[in-house]
Write a protein that binds this ligand. Structure first.
Ligand SMILES: Nc1ncnc2c1ncn2[C@@H]1O[C@H](COP(=O)(O)OP(=O)(O)OP(=O)(O)O)[C@@H](O)[C@H]1O
Length: 600
């Protein structure tokens, strides 16, 4: 395979939402390869028709009585068989390259589109099912391309070739064959098309059930903790049962199509052969012509069955693609504006100008919200659960757009800059750091892919995780389990901080998660955070008020409104909402445990 074939094609333009246009997109992307493939298969199928003519010539030569005359037709016959085989093999070789390469193109293209969806898309769809759909769409497209090449193209060429050859025998026979094939194709094709809803339903259920399975497996902790294995097994068994019924209906539909075709084949092939024998009895045609007519008729009618079944099978595959495109190819909810400029950082000044924001379900979170955060300012967000802290942080990353007003960083409206260029300048430490199933080094380097090993280690030292990483079995090369499961919460948190260190971004967003950690680990994480917060604008959701002394400014949110704004000392002295929260946490701390309400 050449390097060119291994490289996925970078395709531009939106992903079509109709399956046929979707297919054409990937064939066009490798038009020369597919062109050569279709040409090889067309020639191979034409050779197969010519082989029947070779056989006729051989039979006629044998029937002529001139025993020496058989060798020429025999040589012609043999050469055609060899040529046909060579062409099929070339077709197979080209097919392996073209179909496999477009499988890569499709998955890369769909992945690219999928990851461009707004975060809300991933909240609304089962992630496992979305991932499975990408693979299923590539498999279905590969199956369609394979079917088109090996089950649709050859019978069509056979048919055209056979009709041309039959014209040389008897034009009425050629017309009759055309009518027969037209009839079979119409009956079975129509039957296949009517079955589309059956196949569509099966594809839909298959991907739903696949998603459910992934969902349960990824929540296996809860399944065990709630002793729910039997419950989940029974639930899945019910879902599989519904899917199986849809699969049976889809399969049986194909069987009915096969039965219908067998009947047509028997009647038509019998009729054509009887007709040829009658002509031969009247000495209108030669024995070779009878052989030719019967061979071609059987070939064409068999081919028409392949063709019809291929069309029905393709309808099934098109159903799977249509189902995937309905979910995946939906336009992005937050696209970059046409010709969006790259974001240019300049200190990290964040401004909310009369911002109004509601979630798609209509829940209003912010209304006429105004805020200015100066470059380098460290701002802690405090407030009861549901007051809008996380929403504010996600709006700064442009994970959603406000319906009213503007959000600006360094004078640039977030809705007008390219999203990736914006997020490149924002480091985020979430409450729950999720790691890839890759080495510790690769996980830290995720913050900046071009960082050297020394830079990765320096970031780890700043984030207070160098020591524990060194003690892992393979140090920095240790593979962390799925989603970082082989590390403790505090260790994951510090790796997340190391990542943010490497990012070196002017804006840092954090959702502090120190409440779940023991006091030693919390101390380590705090130390790492203090290091991280230097020299950038920080907006942090603060859960423990005791950690707020390192902030320059505290914002207290209640139901999406800014109710207090000042330094920690000012707000403590003021005795308002913050003062009350502060006192309740102090009291809980002196009782030995922070109260849940005070943590938020
Ligand atoms: N994806 C969503 N769709 C609809 N409503 C949402 C969504 N996310 C949050 N909300 C609602 O928006 C409001 C603000 O939520 P947000 O998560 O910003 O609060 P928060 O202060 O960060 O809460 P917490 O401290 O519990 O994380 C809440 O009423 C919440 O129910």
């Amino acid at each position: 395979m050449s390097g060119d074939d291994r490289q996925a094609r970078v395709l531009t333009g939106p992903i079509p939402d109709r399956p046929l246009a979707f297919l054409a997109r990937y064939v066009k992307a490798r038009r020369w390869l597919f062109g050569a493939l279709f040409a090889a298969i067309t020639l191979a199928a034409a050779c197969a028709v010519a082989v029947q003519v070779g056989m006729k010539l051989l039979v006629d030569a044998m029937a002529s009585g001139d025993r020496a005359a058989v060798w020429h037709p025999f040589g012609f016959f043999l050469a055609l068989i060899a040529l046909e085989s060579v062409l099929w093999r070339i077709g197979g070789w080209l097919g392996a390259r073209a179909v496999v390469a477009s499988g890569v193109d499709i998955r890369v293209d769909l992945f690219d589109h999928l990851t461009g969806h707004a975060m809300r898309y991933f909240r609304e769809h089962l992630v496992g099912s979305v991932g499975a759909r990408v693979t299923a769409a590539a498999a279905a497209t590969g199956a369609i391309l394979g079917t088109l090449t090996w089950n649709v193209l050859p019978p069509v060429v056979d048919f055209v070739g056979a009709v041309l050859v039959l014209f040389t025998v008897d034009w009425r026979m050629a017309l009759a064959l055309t009518a027969c094939v037209g009839f079979v194709a119409a009956v079975i094709g129509g039957f296949g098309m009517r079955g589309r809803t059956v196949h569509h339903r099966y594809a839909e259920l298959a991907s739903k059930v696949g998603g459910e399975l992934v969902d349960v497996v990824s929540n296996v902790w809860a399944v065990k903790a709630f002793a729910a294995r039997r419950r989940e097994r029974d639930r899945l068994a019910r879902e599989f049962g519904v899917e199986a019924a849809a699969q049976r209906r889809s399969w049986m539909y194909l069987e009915k199509a096969r039965l219908l075709h067998d009947l047509c084949l028997w009647l038509m092939a019998g009729g054509m052969l009887a007709w040829a024998i009658l002509l031969w009895q009247r000495r209108a045609i030669t024995p070779g012509d009878v052989v030719l007519v019967s061979a071609l008729t059987f070939r064409i009618l068999h081919g028409s069955r392949d063709l019809a079944l291929a069309l029905v099978g393709m309808a099934q595959q098109f159903g799977a693609i249509a189902d995937t495109l309905r979910v995946l190819a939906a336009p992005h909810a937050l696209p970059d504006q046409q010709g969006a400029r790259a974001f240019r950082p300049h200190g990290g000044r964040i401004v909310f100008e009369d911002v109004g924001f509601a979630y798609p379900d209509g829940r209003r979170v912010l209304e006429h919200f105004n805020l200015v955060i100066e470059p380098g300012q460290r701002v802690g967000l405090v407030g009861p659960s549901g007051s809008g802290k996380s929403t504010l942080v996600s709006l700064i990353q442009r994970l959603d757009d406000p319906q009213q007003g503007r959000i600006l960083i360094d004078g640039q409206c977030l809705a007008e800059v390219a999203q990736d260029s914006l997020r490149e300048q924002i480091a985020v430490v979430p409450q729950e750091v999720v790691l890839f199933r890759r080495s510790v080094r690769d996980n830290i380097r995720y913050g900046r892919p071009d960082a050297s090993d020394d830079e990765v280690e320096a970031a780890a030292r700043h984030a207070c995780c160098h020591e524990f990483i060194r003690q892992l079995p393979q140090g920095y090369d240790t593979l962390v389990g799925e989603r970082g499961a082989t590390l403790s919460g505090g260790q994951r948190q510090r790796i997340g901080i190391a990542r943010a260190f490497l990012r070196c971004a002017p804006v840092l967003l954090m959702d502090e998660a120190t409440s779940a950690l023991d006091s030693h680990t919390e101390h380590e994480v705090q130390r790492a955070l203090v290091n991280l917060m230097q020299d950038c604008t920080v907006v942090a959701v603060a859960h423990r008020l005791s950690t707020l002394d390192r902030f320059d400014r505290i914002l207290v949110l209640e139901a999406g409104r800014l109710v207090e704004d000042g330094t920690p000392a000012e707000l403590r002295a003021r005795g308002g909402a913050f003062g009350r929260l502060w006192r309740s946490q102090q009291a809980a701390a002196s009782d030995g445990a922070p109260s849940a309400s005070a943590r938020r």
